[in-house]
Design a protein around this ligand. Structure first.
Ligand code: NI
Length: 195
C-alpha cells in the first residue's frame, strides 16, 4: 500500500475544515484508511488524521499501545487497539483540563505542553459504518482530541496557552531539568522569605 508524504504546518489543507464522509464502506474510503495506516506505520506515531496526507475528509486513526498508555497514565492507563473513527464528534464530560506534552507528525521536531479535557465522550462511525460511542480519559482522551482537531484545521500549537512550553524534542530533557531547577529556586526563595 502506498505510503503518502505527511504534509506540514503551513500547508493550506491543514487549515481547512474537512468534509464529512457519507458512507465509510466505499472502496475509496477503505483505500484511504489503508494509505493512512501505511503512512503512519512508516513514520511511527499514535495517530493520524486524513488531512495530514492531504485528504480533507473527517477520518482519523489512532492506537495507544499498553506500554505507552502506562508511561503516560500509570495505573489509570487506558490502552486502545487500532481504531478508525469516521465523522467523530467529541463531548467533554467534565470541565477538568490537564496539561500534557504533545507532538505532531505535521509539526516535526517540536513538542508542546497542551491543555486538554481529561474526560470525554466521542461518537462517530467505524470503517464498517457501525456507530461508535466511547468514553475516554487521560492520554486516550488527549490523542482523540489532538487527532480530531486536525479535522477542524487546528494544530496543537494553536491550543497552547503558554508558548514558552513549545520546545525542540532534543531539548526536552534539558528543558525539564531547567523547570525543576526553577521550581527548587522558587521554593528556596519562599523558605527564605518565610524565615
Ligand atoms: Ni497531529
Amino acid at each position: 500500500m502506498t505510503v503518502k508524504p505527511i504534509i506540514k504546518m503551513g500547508n493550506p489543507t491543514l487549515r481547512r475544515i474537512a468534509a464529512p464522509i457519507d458512507d465509510p464502506t466505499t472502496p475509496e474510503i477503505q483505500a484511504l484508511v489503508a494509505e493512512m495506516r501505511a503512512s503512519l506505520e512508516a513514520v511511527g506515531g499514535v495517530g493520524l488524521a486524513a488531512p495530514q496526507i492531504a485528504v480533507s475528509r473527517r477520518l482519523v486513526i489512532f492506537e495507544v499501545p499498553a506500554e505507552r498508555a502506562e508511561a503516560e497514565d500509570g495505573d489509570a492507563a487506558e490502552p486502545v487497539g487500532s481504531t478508525v473513527l469516521v465523522n467523530p464528534v467529541i463531548t467533554p464530560l467534565s470541565d477538568e483540563v490537564e496539561m500534557g506534552w504533545e507532538g505532531c507528525l505535521s509539526v516535526p521536531g517540536l513538542r508542546g505542553l497542551v491543555p486538554r479535557h481529561t474526560h470525554i465522550r466521542y461518537t462517530g462511525l467505524t470503517l464498517e459504518g457501525a456507530p461508535v460511542d466511547v468514553e475516554a480519559t487521560g492520554f486516550h482522551a488527549r490523542v482523540v482530541q489532538h487527532e480530531c482537531d486536525h479535522l477542524d484545521g487546528i494544530l496543537y500549537p494553536q491550543r497552547m496557552t503558554d508558548l514558552r512550553y513549545l520546545v525542540y524534542e532534543e531539548e526536552v530533557p534539558a528543558f525539564m531539568e531547567g523547570l525543576k531547577a526553577d521550581a527548587e529556586m522558587a521554593e528556596a526563595e519562599k523558605e527564605k522569605a518565610d524565615d
